[in-house]
Design a protein around this ligand. Sequence first.
Ligand code: AMP
Length: 430
Amino acid sequence: MTPIRAVKGMNDVLPDEVARWQAFEAAFRRSMHLASFSEVRTPLVEPTRLFVRAIGDTTDVVEKEMYSFTKHDEELTLRPEGTAGAVRAYVEHGVNNQEPVSRWYYLGAMFRAERPQRGRYRQFYQAGAEIIGDPGPACDAEMIDLLVSLLNDLKIPGISVHINTIGGSGTRQRYRDAVVQALAPKKAALSEDSQRRLETNPLRILDSKDPRDVEACTSVPPITDVLAPEDTAHFDTLKKHLDALGTPYHVDPKLVRGLDYYTRTLFEIKGAKEKLGAGDTLVGGGRYDGMLKDLGGPEAPAIGFAAGIERLLIASEHLGETKRTRAPVFIAPLGEAATRAGLVLARTLRAAGIATEMDGRGASLKAQLRRANAQNAAFALVLGDGELESKTVQVKSLAAHEQQNVPEGDVVAFLKARLGAANEAAGGAA
Ligand code: AMP
C-alpha cells in the first residue's frame, strides 16, 4: 500500500524540532507570567455561529477558510483563531462577576483552509493573549511593548511595529461610507474580489495587495478625517505612552486587518523580512470593544493579539541551538532474566528522578552500547547473569571509559552523585 501522507498544509513536528517549540513556549509563558497573564484552554471545536458572529460573515476567514462540519445535527467548526473562543468562555462563565479585569493567554492549534506556502499553513499554532475589562489606551501600549520585548528576546531581526485606529463602531460605519464614496466611481478598475468587497466589506479593499486596488486606494481619504474626538484622543494617548516607553512604531492609516471585530487600536508587528518574504507579519492584534456585547455578554472593552508560532520560529535567531534531551542513563540488559531486572531498575531510577532509557530489544552488548553512545548517555548500566547473581550493576561511564560494579542498593546514590557533579561542571541545573 502507498504510505498515507499528512493533510496538505498540516505539518508534523518531529522530536528534534520540538525542542525549539518548547523553548519558544517557555519564553512566551515566562513573559506572560511576568506580566500577570494566566493561561486559558478552550476547545478546538466551537459552534460555527460563534465565528460567523464574532469574526464577521464577509471576512475571508468565515467566507472561505473555515473547516466546518455537521455532527449530531450541530454545525461545528475547527477554530480559525483564539479570541472568539476565549470571549465565549469569558461570557459563559460570567468571569466579569469575579474580577474587573482579566488577563488571559493561550497557546494552540488553529485551522484555516488557506493556500499553503512558507509561513502559511492550514493547521498552524498561535500564541495569543486577551485583556478584557480595560478600555486602554495604557494596556494597549503595554501589550505592544510586551510583544516587542519578547521578539527582541527571541532575537528576531528587523522588527517594526505598525499601528492604526479604526475608531468605534460609529466611525467604522462613517469610514465605510467614505471608502465606498471614493471607490465606487472606480469600481471597474478594482480587482474582481474587491468589486465584490465594495458591496460586502469595503474596508477590506484597503488590505488588498492587488496593484489595481493599491492604485485605486490612493484616492481614499485617511481614517483620521472621520474619527470621533474620543477615538483621536485614545490614539494620541496610545502614541504618547509608546513614546514614553521608547517603543518605536509607524502609524499606518491603511492598516485595517482581516477580522471584522476590531475597534479603535489595531497593530501588526513584522520582522525577519529576508526569511519570511511577503508573509512577514508575525503578530496581529487590536481592540474589540464590541465583541462581548455582540456575543450576549456584558459591555466590556477588550484587546488582544495573536502571534504565529511557526513564523516566530523561522524568524528567531535565538532558538536555534536547542537539541532534544535524551536520558543520561541507559540500561543494557543481557538475556531475559536481566531484562526483567532492568525493568525494575528503570522504574527505581525514574522514581528517584533519574531519567533512564532501557534497551529491551534483546540485542548484543555491542549493539546496545553503540546505541547508548549514539544517544550521548553518560552511563550505561550493564546487567548480565553475573550481576544478577551478585546483586550488583555494572556501571560504565561512557565519557571516561571507566566501569565498576556497584551494589544494587547503592546505584541510585552512586548515579545521583556522579550526575550531580557532571551537571555542576557543565554549569547546568539537574
Ligand atoms: P490573524 O489571526 O489572522 O490576525 O493572524 C495573526 C498571526 O497568526 C499572523 O500574523 C501570523 O503570524 C499567524 N497566522 C495567521 N494565519 C496563519 C497561517 N495560515 N499559517 C501560519 N501562521 C498564520
